[in-house]
Ligand binder design. Structure first.
Ligand code: XLF
Length: 330
């Protein structure tokens, strides 16, 4: 394929002029324009949009850092944002970090070299790497700094609602399976759960922490290792995908859900409806989370100063068949 050097040669004018023409970055006489147009036609030249955009520093590309591409919740978040960014004529580049700091740093460098217009950093493991870059960045869940915008669900209230729902459904020996501390969202869910449980003196509460890479193959043994899991009449699992694995494990042990043990997850990803029994869960409002994140990003790209830095969206109990409680509290 022809390049601009060949165009310049064919048109009989300098490369700098041809470059100015393609980048719309300075004066080019009408006579030269005509010669360039003719050369472009003769050589069947298609200017490289990315190269041009990089040069002009105005790519219509957003980098989306996704912590775990196998998790349905993040699939749904990304689909929502991709749809909304596309409506604004932006394309996304999806970077899977696997919650790995080095992988994430590598992706940040790549996105910077592509001169992306903005980055959405979901559950970042390396907030410091975003602090001094000259691209708009929005954090989802784990914060970057007080100056950066953070969007998340109200995980604290969601944790409270999960406890209340199990308690209202008659559970008195309740286990919370907690996510890793580096996931701020799950630490907030735990905090809400504990806070709500303090008000109910007749409830016995235990917490176990899961530390795995959160791929199904690693989740299974981690959950099988939880001691005395059959002692509880209610289990709040920190996300839907882990709740699905807990349900499978209990099923294998012959535990009836919800008669013997009630289960509540967190996310309201599409997975919950497919399980048997279907999973009661705390809804993270995926559509609104996606909308607010894309809207804020477009505003930042347009150079707007946004004073409000934190956006925590309301969560709701979605009652299905894995629990007995009737009242949907939020
Ligand atoms: O980071 C949290 C933990 O897992 C995230 O919102 C999720 O609930 C997704 O499954």
């Amino acid at each position: 394929m022809a390049n601009i050097r060949e165009i310049a040669k064919r048109a009989g004018i300098g490369i700098a002029t041809v470059s100015r023409y393609f980048n719309d970055s300075g004066y080019v006489s009408e006579e030269s324009r005509e010669k360039i147009r003719k050369a472009v036609e003769e050589l069947d030249y298609t200017p490289n949009a990315l190269a041009r955009a990089i040069f002009k520093k105005n790519t219509k590309i957003i980098g989306l850092m996704i912590p775990n591409i196998t998790n349905p919740f993040f699939n749904q978040m990304v689909s929502e944002m991709e749809k909304l960014f596309r409506k604004q004529n932006y394309t996304i580049i999806l970077c899977n970090t696997d919650d790995d700091k080095e992988k994430e740093q590598f992706h940040i460098e790549t996105l910077r070299s592509y001169r992306v217009a903005g980055i959405v950093a979901m559950r970042t493991m390396t907030p410091e790497s975003y602090r001094n870059i000259d691209i708009p960045v929005i954090a989802f869940e784990n914060q970057i700094s007080p100056e950066h915008i953070t969007v998340a669900s109200d995980n604290y209230k969601g944790g409270m609602a999960a406890f209340k729902h199990l308690y209202d459904g008659g559970c008195r020996k309740i286990l919370h399976i907690q996510g890793p501390e580096v996931f701020i969202a799950t630490t907030e869910r735990l905090r809400g759960f504990i806070e709500a449980s303090k008000k109910k003196k007749d409830a016995l509460v235990d917490v176990v922490k899961l530390e795995t890479d959160f791929h199904i193959k690693s989740l299974e043994p981690a959950i099988e290792n939880i001691k005395n899991i059959t002692d509880y009449d209610g289990i709040f699992v920190f996300n839907d995908i882990s709740a699905a694995v807990v349900m499978k494990h209990l099923h294998d042990l012959g535990v009836r859900i919800p008669e013997q043990t009630q289960i509540i997850g967190f996310d309201n990803s599409f997975l919950g409806e497919l399980l048997l029994p279907s999973l009661t869960t705390i809804d993270q409002p995926i559509k609104q989370l996606g909308k607010i994140t894309t809207d804020l990003m477009i505003r930042l790209i347009n150079g707007e100063e946004i004073d409000q830095k934190e956006y925590y969206l309301k969560t709701t109990v979605i009652k299905r068949s894995s629990t007995l409680g009737k009242i949907a509290t939020s």
